[in-house]
Design a binder for this molecule. Sequence first.
Ligand code: HEC
Length: 154
Amino acid sequence: MQRKWSIPGVTMVSVAVLTAGLSLADEDEGPLHKLMEKVNAKSTAIKKAVRTPVAYKKAQAKDEIVKNGEELLKLAKEARELSKEGVKKAKEVKDPEKKWFELMDALIAQTEKFVAVAGNSETKQKDASSAFRVVSQRCTDCHNIFRIEEEDKF
Ligand code: HEC
């Protein structure tokens, strides 16, 4: 984001409040965290779209699944570059950065596969759902190693 604070209406007070809010959020929410939230939103949208034949048909008609899949792919590639931040979460991992890239590449490869599967009009909901289950497994693979507490809906 490249917002410039040149807007005349912005007073010192609101800038101060904003800055305080930002530094609070920064304590445990770095760029990776924010990116993961976006990753999660796309992943949740896809999960819903592949869950039932009816949902699948509807989402496919709007070309939603491939679009979300491609966005997920883009986000995963961005997250891959945040290895420096990611490895801070690693515990007892040998060569954590290498492991990070390995796990991200596995996620990226499977997401690419999923996009191809969903992009094929012959694909049945059941098969799209299975392909995405493997994507979700790649998420868990990394969270396990980098010791992220799995909350609920991965
Ligand atoms: C290569 C490692 C890796 C992969 C792959 C990965 N994540 Fe994460 N994820 C992390 C790390 C590290 C964090 C902790 C970031 C933080 O909170 O600073 C995290 C945090 C999260 C969070 C918690 C954010 C929050 O709101 O508390 C969610 C949700 C999440 N990931 C979803 C996903 C989903 C969905 C996928 C797969 C589509 C995925 N992740 C794939 C490493 C990974």
